[in-house]
Design a protein. Structure first.
Length: 163
């Protein structure tokens, strides 16, 4: 069973390919979502933010998407919680069929040149980065494993109950 999708032949661990660490300020960026809205991480300060990196061809990413929709976005949206999924190496034209197929209602943006992803990691998706209200990384994971996903939900709950 694939834990995370990678395109490299030599397989360093997900930890070895992670460029960020817990407790550090999240690298900032601004992108335009498929809906035409600007998502600027600096402007998101004061909110809890979940960044999700995925690819349409990645089996664990496809497995995770419905859980992100039903267990994270449907539950937490509107409670000082923002979420953005970034299609690694995808264009705006690539993503709408996937969004429709997966029934995604949360914001999605393309990251065709790994401009955002490359600030956070070198490889492995899906990848989630949870950022607290101060813009600091509070949780990160790669692959889709149920225990990690449940821990991420717990951290979201904790962050949303902390002023």
């Amino acid at each position: 069973l694939l834990a995370a999708c990678s395109t490299e032949s030599h397989q360093p661990t997900p930890e070895e390919t992670t460029l960020t660490s817990l407790g550090q300020p999240a690298p900032t960026f601004a992108v335009t979502t498929l809906a035409g809205d600007t998502f600027d991480l600096e402007e998101a300060a004061g909110n809890v933010v979940l960044l999700n990196f995925f690819a349409t061809w990645c089996p664990p990413c496809r497995e995770e998407m419905p859980h992100l929709e039903s267990e994270v976005w449907s539950r937490f949206k509107g409670d000082d919680f923002l979420m953005l999924s970034l299609g690694r190496e995808h264009t705006d034209a690539d993503l709408p069929p996937f969004v429709e197929e997966m029934g995604i209602s949360f914001p999605v943006a393309a990251d065709p040149e790994r401009g955002v992803y490359g600030q956070y990691a070198q490889q492995y998706i899906p990848r989630n980065v949870l950022i607290d209200r101060r813009g600091v990384i509070a949780f990160q994971s790669s692959g889709f494993e149920r225990p990690d996903f449940e821990r991420m939900i717990e951290v979201i709950e904790e962050l949303l109950t902390t002023a």
